[in-house]
Design a protein around this ligand. Structure first.
Ligand code: GLY
Ligand code: MN
Ligand code: MN
Length: 441
């Protein structure tokens, strides 16, 4: 499964419709990120740029111009020129011809000509769309273009009179996933699920957290994928650190390990968390807390339904988690009051999910007119309740301390109800224990 140029063209068509006539949209890809000395981070295209172009090379800018009607629009791609010497050192470039032939650009230019060409293109446009505030350097460059266009008034109308936030259009487009996008996310989810399954099979007491992370990376790499965010592999109390990424401690017999890790496939992310015992068997306290989280997660997933509020999974999860904490004696008081006062935040301090797509924390507003928006068909959300009992929490019995649990799956709102993309890795206690026992045979 691969998106084709026709898919990217359809997205540009839709963007042009939203832009209105006599408008111009300018969007750049990400800059190459410097790591240290002569080493850069591996390049990853900007999600919105890639969404519109399918073009994965660095140093590229796409320009969409509409004229008197939106149906008649021009797509220009500015990119690196072909260069034998540079290609020997740094790899293949599509170049100007490739931009037209392989990426369907109507016009293509060397990236070095951007200032010159944009100055011309801006002259008779009414509206300019760009991603205001994404990168200070780009904002400064746009200011220069506007100044330049205004100085040219004798040749035209000067710079556009309106400058609009391009993200407002693209983010809404990206929020609703097409059938093909869901298919790509299903592939990312299946690979990530296989990675978690392997981690459950490979873990042993005294193994280092990074060694377990390597087992996940092995599966991602076998499929040509990279993680969609920094992997969290936290043994014992490290599982209570929400963004723990050091992954440099030994995993202890009797502890749980929390893994929040997943890969992206063709720039589409997955996001999975599983928590399981390092020695293959949950202790009674681990089991008790895990069952509460799992119950909350099932109930929350069931509310990801077209028409329900975005917030419903969180509200349902909070109620079940708080009731569970009451039943186990970790909280005392009256259920509604504990929810009202947010007493649960001592043990559950994050939300229950976020949009998922090309970015792991994907784009798209969560509210409309100050109200949580309802789920629509094709929205994808994570459902990730957890409980984290701090190792130094003296308000609870010692036996609970240092247990961190989160269970996270990726869910699509469909006309038929919630569709779980990440179901290929087990999460029931018996299934986990069975899988781990088999792996030890
Ligand atoms: N892995 C990031 C998150 O779960 O939000
Ligand atoms: Mn998440
Ligand atoms: Mn996650």
């Amino acid at each position: 499964m691969k998106l084709t140029q026709a898919d990217f063209e359809l997205r540009r068509d839709r963007l042009a419709q939203h832009m209105g006539p006599n408008s111009i949209a300018i969007i750049e890809t990400s800059p190459v990120a410097y790591r240290n000395r002569d080493a850069d981070y591996k390049f990853r295209a900007d999600s919105s740029f890639f969404y519109l172009t399918g073009f994965a090379e660095p140093e590229a800018v796409a320009v969409i111009e509409t004229f008197d009607t939106v149906d008649d629009y021009t797509y220009s791609l500015f990119c690196r020129e072909r260069n034998r010497e540079m290609e020997i050192w740094n790899g293949y470039r599509a170049g100007i011809d490739g931009a037209i032939e392989d990426y369907d650009a109507d016009e293509a230019y060397a990236i070095d000509l951007l200032d010159e060409e944009i100055a011309e293109k801006l002259l008779n446009k009414e509206r300019l769309y760009y991603r205001i505030g994404h990168r200070a350097e780009f904002d400064a460059r746009v200011s220069q273009w506007i100044k330049h266009a205004d100085a040219q008034q004798r040749r035209g109308n000067g710079a556009p009179s309106q400058i609009l936030q391009l993200d407002r259009i693209i983010d809404e487009m990206r929020l609703i996933k097409s059938k093909q996008e869901i298919e790509l996310m299903q592939i990312a989810s299946d690979i990530s699920a296989a990675a978690h399954t392997r981690a459950m099979q490979k873990v042993r007491p005294e193994m280092m957290e990074y060694a377990l992370e390597a087992e996940l990376n092995y599966i991602f790499g076998q499929h040509g994928c990279v993680p969609s965010y920094n992997s969290i592999v936290g043994g014992g109390a490290n599982g209570c650190i929400l963004h723990y990424v050091e992954n440099d401690k030994a995993l202890k017999d009797g502890d749980l390990v929390l893994i929040d890790a997943a890969c992206e496939y063709q720039c589409y992310a997955s996001d999975i968390t599983r928590t399981f015992p390092v020695n293959g068997q949950f202790s009674p306290e681990q089991k008790a807390l895990y069952e509460v989280v799992l119950k909350a997660q099932y109930a929350a997933i069931d509310t990801v339904r077209v028409g329900n509020s975005y917030r419903e999974p969180h509200e349902v999860a909070v109620r079940i988690l708080t009731q569970g904490l009451l039943d186990l004696g970790l909280l005392k008081g009256e259920l509604d009051e504990l929810i009202e006062n947010e007493a649960f935040r001592q043990f559950y301090m994050h939300g229950t999910g976020h949009w998922l797509g090309m970015d792991v924390h994907d784009v798209g507003n969560y509210k409309k007119e100050n109200e949580w928006r309802p789920y629509e068909e094709g929205m994808v959300v994570t459902v990730e309740p957890g409980l984290y009992i701090a190792p130094d929490d003296e308000t609870v019995d010692e036996k609970w301390r240092g247990i961190g649990i989160r269970i996270e799956d990726d869910v699509v709102a469909t006309a038929q109800g919630p569709l779980v993309l990440t179901g290929a890795v087990v999460k029931e206690i018996e299934e986990i224990e069975q899988l781990m026992a088999q792996a030890k045979l």
